[in-house]
Ligand binder design. Structure first.
Ligand code: ATP
Ligand code: MG
Length: 410
């Protein structure tokens, strides 16, 4: 992408109404645009980050045998009334609206009801199971507080996956496959070392559910971390019963702020029973399908990664999610010409700062936007047939021969 051609402009100051660091930085650097509290647009850089996150999640979930779909956001109240979840008393974050032809509609805050209902059309026998289905989908939640930038949106992108099984053992087996996939996902996103599978309350069907919590000073959650045993508990389960159950002592836990980036849940019959999702077993008995559900906050992850790695100069993207690998700057006539040549062969991975502005501004924007490597080609580097590569994370620069650099672009 050429910076001279994009409509995006970086901003020197953070917008006044944006109190969260992730929101302020992502706005200044041109990744997002705020519509109103908790409602954001994704601009070209931001969309590339989102797509990179999705690609990693998609790849790892496909390895578990899951299939991707895309379901509607518009929800039929009748379905949700069967589980008691259309009522504002039970679910207090609904956005509801009316049909012109009469009757109410809801905007999906999650998808357990519609997916369970959808699968009634496709599941009849034990031979049809197991099934795992996921989507990247826009959720709507009328959150009371939306002051955390993209960490808490009223409209946000979630990956939600639902699995369907003939037995509890099969659900348990798949649950472990998803745990492994989640570990690979957070590792690849660059936050693996500070993202923990935390014990959370399991509701009525299993002892625990699990949240994936990334340590983050501005995170809205508080978790309790026992480094020796590598156990993390969320607030709900940091109590004596659970501590005894896990064989851990209360004093050995440290209180840490974190952001929930995902969660996994054994639902068992919670939705399949009221919605009557059944299968015929080998003896032709009608049985209720076992379910699990598995979420990841895609847009929240963009905010978590942005906030976690930023410094006082701007964003610092891990290579796997960065919108581009290189930020290219040509200085001087020869430097500009050579940069142009290299850019044309590598448009996909380069953000080419070909704007007619001072070099100092280009350097400042390179740091603000946070592309992993800044590449400068100048008359001076060309004297040595080289380019200068600066690592955004360490700030270190080195000269690399042009040939070697071209090879690294492949
Ligand atoms: P939270 O406790 O943060 O409200 P939740 O328990 O309501 O999360 P789920 O309904 O399980 O979350 O959604 C799955 C994932 O979607 C969460 O782990 C989180 O990463 C993300 N998420 C939930 N609510 C929001 C939101 N309002 N904005 C952005 N991401 C969200
Ligand atoms: Mg919530």
């Amino acid at each position: 992408m050429r910076l001279s051609k994009t409509f995006i402009k970086t901003l020197r100051a953070a917008p006044k109404d944006e109190t969260a660091a992730n929101g302020a930085l992502l706005t200044r650097a041109g990744f997002i645009h705020k519509e109103m509290a908790g409602v954001y647009d994704y601009l070209p850089f931001g969309l590339r980050v989102i797509e990179n996150i999705k690609a990693i999640v998609r790849e790892e979930l496909n390895k578990t045998g899951a299939e991707e779909v895309l379901m509607s956001a518009l929800q039929n109240p009748e379905l949700w009334e069967k589980t008691g979840r259309f009522s504002d008393q039970n679910v207090d974050i609904w956005f509801k609206t009316n049909l012109a032809s009469g009757g109410e509609l809801g905007l999906a805050p999650t998808h357990e009801e519609p997916i369970t209902n959808m699968l009634k059309s496709y599941v009849s026998s034990y031979k049809d199971l197991p099934i795992s289905v996921y989507q990247f989908q826009t959720k709507f939640r009328n959150e009371l507080r939306a002051k955390s930038g993209v960490l808490r949106g009223r409209e946000f992108l979630m990956k939600d996956m639902y699995s369907f099984h003939t037995s509890e053992e099969d659900l348990n087996k798949y649950y472990i496959e998803v745990e492994k996939a989640y570990e690979r996902i957070f590792d690849r996103l660059g936050i693996g070392n500070e993202t923990f599978k935390a014990f959370a309350s399991g509701g009525i069907f299993s002892k625990y559910s699990h949240e994936y919590q990334t340590f983050l000073p501005v995170g809205e959650d508080t978790v309790y971390y026992n480094e020796d045993k590598s156990i993390v508990l969320n607030k709900e389960v940091y109590n004596n019963d659970v501590l005894v159950d896990l064989g851990a002592e209360k004093e050995k836990f440290e209180e840490i702020s974190a952001a929930e980036v995902g969660n996994i849940f054994k639902l068992k019959f919670k939705y399949s029973e009221p919605l009557e999702l059944k299968f015929a077993d080998e003896e032709n008995n009608q049985k209720i399908v076992y379910m699990g559900c598995y979420g990841i906050g895609i847009s929240r992850l963009m905010g978590v990664i942005a906030e976690k790695f930023a410094d006082d100069k701007g964003l610092i993207w891990p290579e796997a999610v960065a919108p581009f690998k290189y930020y290219l700057i040509g200085i001087g006539d020869k430097g500009l010409k050579e940069a142009e040549k290299i850019y044309r062969k590598n448009e996909d991975i380069m953000l080419f700062d070909d704007r007619d502005i001072r070099n100092g501004e280009k350097f400042a924007d390179a740091e603000l936007i946070g592309i992993p490597y800044r590449v400068v080609i100048s008359d001076k580097t060309l004297e040595k047939d080289s380019v200068e590569i600066a690592d955004r994370k360490t700030g270190k620069t080195k000269l690399v021969s042009i040939d070697e650099f071209k090879k690294s672009c492949k």
